[in-house]
Design a protein around this ligand. Structure first.
Ligand SMILES: NC(=O)c1ccc[n+]([C@@H]2O[C@H](COP(=O)([O-])OP(=O)(O)OC[C@H]3O[C@@H](n4cnc5c(N)ncnc54)[C@H](OP(=O)(O)O)[C@@H]3O)[C@@H](O)[C@H]2O)c1
Length: 285
């Protein structure tokens, strides 16, 4: 039995679909089971509740061999993920697959990668067999600008000419599913990136080619980005966390690629054009 914490999320739902398609038993956690009706119909056992509820987590982990640990970012993430890790070890879980991030390192300063690195260290210390998957920038972040691209053929980010190895979260989920399908003899860390480093002018060119219209990327100032976050995101924690994360990305935190993602998937990764083609109605009038 494989337990997926964020089963309704981008990575968790893709991993669940892969595992169910391959005949594996899956259970998953959400705060709202109505969001997981399609996954329940495919055979997933859906548990409704909060990731910080330790009685629920203890009960859920009974009989689980592998945990896919993927959680939305927030002030609760460190404590909640450490709780899952600790109870997984106590329940005899044989393999924990953690969705981390490529910026997770001892030198990270932004809260999100700092938390990922602390959870990684905690899992190592308690002696669970682990696979840490550290993805680069998700293509799904482009959906935040879909409306701007649709209405005014442009989008803005405070990333200057920094590059990322942008990757589809669906591919990351499928990779997580593949990794969760077996119990490895040794722990490992895999960095999941697209095959090509691209700055956002290059991303805009690929979007333009796919949509058949000129889309422009504006290099936004960090202050303007911060003000936009403060206007649109209700949680002050998220405003600061995202703002600091984008400063690290602007300074080149995501400027490296590996072949890990394609090696694990055994097929070409989704590229920017393929991603935009899949979501075309969101980008054109
Ligand atoms: N975005 C990027 O570019 C990027 C890149 C690298 C790594 N990452 C990492 O990827 C992770 C996010 O993955 P994702 O994009 O698949 O997530 P997502 O789509 O935002 O979904 C978050 C999932 O977590 C669940 N969740 C959140 N709070 C919960 C709580 N209190 N109790 C129970 N469930 C809870 C949600 O369930 P419900 O809402 O259904 O309850 C949902 O299933 C983050 O840790 C992030 O740092 C992101």
């Amino acid at each position: 039995m494989i337990f997926i914490t964020g089963i309704t999320g981008r990575v968790g739902s893709s991993a669940a679909r892969y595992l169910l398609k391959h005949g594996l038993d899956v259970k998953g956690l959400t705060r709202d089971s109505a969001k997981a009706i399609d996954l329940a119909a495919l055979g997933a056992d859906i548990i409704e509740g909060d990731i910080s509820d330790d009685t629920l987590i203890k009960n859920t982990l009974k009989g689980v061999s592998t945990v896919l640990l993927v959680t939305g970012n927030g002030p609760h993430q460190l404590e909640a993920e450490c709780l899952i890790a600790r109870e997984s070890a106590a329940a005899g879980v044989q393999h924990i697959v953690k969705i981390s991030s490529m910026e997770a390192s001892p030198t990270a300063t932004a809260p999100i990668p700092v938390v990922h690195f602390k959870v990684e260290k905690y899992i190592e210390e308690i002696g669970l067999t682990y696979t840490f998957l550290r993805p680069n920038f998700f293509m799904q972040n482009l959906m935040l600008f879909a409306q701007s691209i649709k209405m005014s053929d442009q989008f803005s980010l405070p990333l200057g000419k920094a590059k990322t190895g942008i990757i589809d979260a669906n591919d990351v989920g499928e990779i997580a599913g593949i990794i969760a399908s077996s119990i490895p003899e040794t722990s490992s860390v895999r960095k999941l990136t697209g095959g090509t480093l691209l700055d956002f002018h290059e991303v805009a060119e690929l979007i333009s080619n796919e949509l058949g219209k000129l889309v422009t990327y504006n290099e936004q100032s960090h202050d303007d980005f911060h003000a936009l976050l403060a206007r649109t995101i209700p949680s002050p924690w998220h405003v600061e966390a995202v703002s600091l994360l984008f400063k690290e990305i602007a300074n080149g935190a995501l400027e490296s690629t590996t072949s890990d993602a394609e090696d694990i998937l055994g097929r070409p990764l989704t590229d920017v054009r393929g991603f935009v083609a899949r979501h075309k109605p969101a980008f054109i009038r």
